[in-house]
Design a protein around this ligand. Sequence first.
Ligand SMILES: Cc1cc2nc3c(=O)[nH]c(=O)nc-3n(C[C@H](O)[C@H](O)[C@H](O)COP(=O)(O)OP(=O)(O)OC[C@H]3O[C@@H](n4cnc5c(N)ncnc54)[C@H](O)[C@@H]3O)c2cc1C
Ligand SMILES: *[C@@H]1O[C@H](CO)[C@@H](O)[C@H](O)[C@H]1NC(C)=O
Ligand SMILES: *[C@@H]1O[C@H](CO)[C@@H](O)[C@H](O)[C@H]1NC(C)=O
Ligand SMILES: *[C@@H]1O[C@H](CO)[C@@H](O)[C@H](O)[C@H]1NC(C)=O
Ligand SMILES: *[C@@H]1O[C@H](CO)[C@@H](O)[C@H](O)[C@H]1NC(C)=O
Length: 492
Amino acid sequence: MRFLPQVVLPALAVAGEVYNTFDGDGFAACYEVAKVYRPSSIDEIVSIVQDASAAGTPVRASGNGHMWYDTMCSDDPSTIIIKTDAVNGISDLQMNDDGTGSVLVEAGVTFPQLAEWLQDRDAALGYTLVNWNITIAGAVAMGAHRSSLGEDSQVSSAALALDIINGKGELVHLDRDQSNDTWLAATTSLGLLGVIARVEMMVLADYKVWANQTTVDEDDVLNGDLYEEISPYVTANYWWWPGQRKFHKRTYGVVPADHDGDAFQSTFSLTDIEGSLANTLLGSGQNNSWQNFITEGIFYALWSAPNFHSESTDLPLLSWPVYGSAYEVLIGGLYPNQKPEWDYGLHGKTLELAVPITQANALLKRVRELLDQSKADGKAVTATYRSGINIKVLWGFNHAVGVNRADIGAMMFDFPSFKPSTGNGDRFNEECVTSQQFPVRPHWTKNTRDVFKQSVKNLNPDSLATFAAVRKRFDPDGIFKSVVGEILGVMD
Ligand SMILES: Cc1cc2nc3c(=O)[nH]c(=O)nc-3n(C[C@H](O)[C@H](O)[C@H](O)COP(=O)(O)OP(=O)(O)OC[C@H]3O[C@@H](n4cnc5c(N)ncnc54)[C@H](O)[C@@H]3O)c2cc1C
Ligand SMILES: *[C@@H]1O[C@H](CO)[C@@H](O)[C@H](O)[C@H]1NC(C)=O
Ligand SMILES: *[C@@H]1O[C@H](CO)[C@@H](O)[C@H](O)[C@H]1NC(C)=O
Ligand SMILES: *[C@@H]1O[C@H](CO)[C@@H](O)[C@H](O)[C@H]1NC(C)=O
Ligand SMILES: *[C@@H]1O[C@H](CO)[C@@H](O)[C@H](O)[C@H]1NC(C)=O
């Protein structure tokens, strides 16, 4: 249970409302905002920002609210939100002879919407760049990523140009230039430079992918060369089941567009029966470690088989590898007659930290030590999330705010866990694993304020100063502020 801060409203202020994340009531992205606008054109967004600029009103753009925790806005109750979902035009698809191309998307365009639009035109997003039901602009703003060492895996690395509405309400056009600080700041702007109104994205001629999965012993991953293991694949990730001392290693590769297969993945899709079962199993583990290990065993067995259906028949695919179009295999969505897990009250918390890949083994071993310690302390912790603990790797990390430009690849350690609906709502392993002994860069939408505060010391001060200078040029009065920007100290 989160408590709302006591805010004294100035006289005549509009009564405030909470702005929630996708998890809904009880999950504030911003504790109190004065108004949520839902414009239908870029011109309308420009005029809302111009009015806000004149009045000194804080502004945040928001796509689908697919973020965790209370870090979207600053704590200023006069903040307004510009919800971008109705500004969602896609245009100007151009394909070159070499199989690459570009397309122009507006702020509210989501990944599944663009994937479908492109597929109808024999094109696709790059395989390391497809993402969940979130906006492309929101992903570019927050440095969202997939998993790959062979290719750039930050969504923003596919941006060819951006139109940003700055703090004066001017539309600023930027073209890709990876050696230019303004461009680098804009491609992980944390929403602090302004509203990203349009993104020109690189696309590819259509193709299919395969997904394969093997089970690996924990020792082999903790002592193995992650870089070597993952380099051969266009994209790959590991799911850790610490109670089983196993990892599922998921790998992907590319095949031509005319290959057989229509596999469709369903990471968050549940039937009513599965939803209530998962709730019962996970809920009963709130104060009971033994129960969590049993539940983990059940989920481990379920996730050993492909969580894929055939898109045409909706029948489960029973053996690896599976083949299908990139979006359906890498992300997928909801199966017919199913709902996302959060609609069943299955909420999660998460903690997501990146370290240079050279530190991957050390971090994983440290996590194992902490897990063992929890057992020795009589409160054994394991994965209390239905798809384990997720390990991703990424390239193209040099776009990240506060990170050294030398690019050696990174490992993203994502520790999601079930958030019970009973008692004080704490997850069983609340305190475990928040290790701050590594030079981590936090994921910008998947960590608490505390984690950001603890991480600042690890970020590169020169890179933060460069970012702060660009921010100041775009938004001298700081109307696009957020608690993340405040914690990083880039708002002055
Ligand atoms: C199920 C799920 C899976 C996810 N998986 C991944 C993953 O694999 N990898 C990963 O990196 N992340 C992942 N995320 C996190 C997600 O990529 C980010 O939180 C993303 O920013 C959400 O985009 P959104 O459009 O929903 O924006 P919101 O959640 O509405 O906003 C997020 C932030 O971006 C800012 N913002 C949004 N739109 C704009 C804009 N047009 N201009 C400027 N600022 C803007 C907002 O002010 C806010 O600070 C996942 C999230 C969910 C819910
Ligand atoms: C994506 O999210 C939007 C807005 O929440 C919703 O209307 C749409 O159905 C979702 N699409 C998919 C494919 O999940
Ligand atoms: C970087 O890009 C900005 C915005 O396009 C431009 O004003 C600036 O001159 C560029 N800087 C360099 C060094 O090219
Ligand atoms: C999938 O993994 C299995 C087991 O390791 C392996 O035998 C098979 O060749 C892999 N298939 C592909 C397409 O990589
Ligand atoms: C766990 O303990 C808390 C505090 O005693 C209690 O409120 C909560 O209901 C318990 N949860 C379960 C599932 O028993």
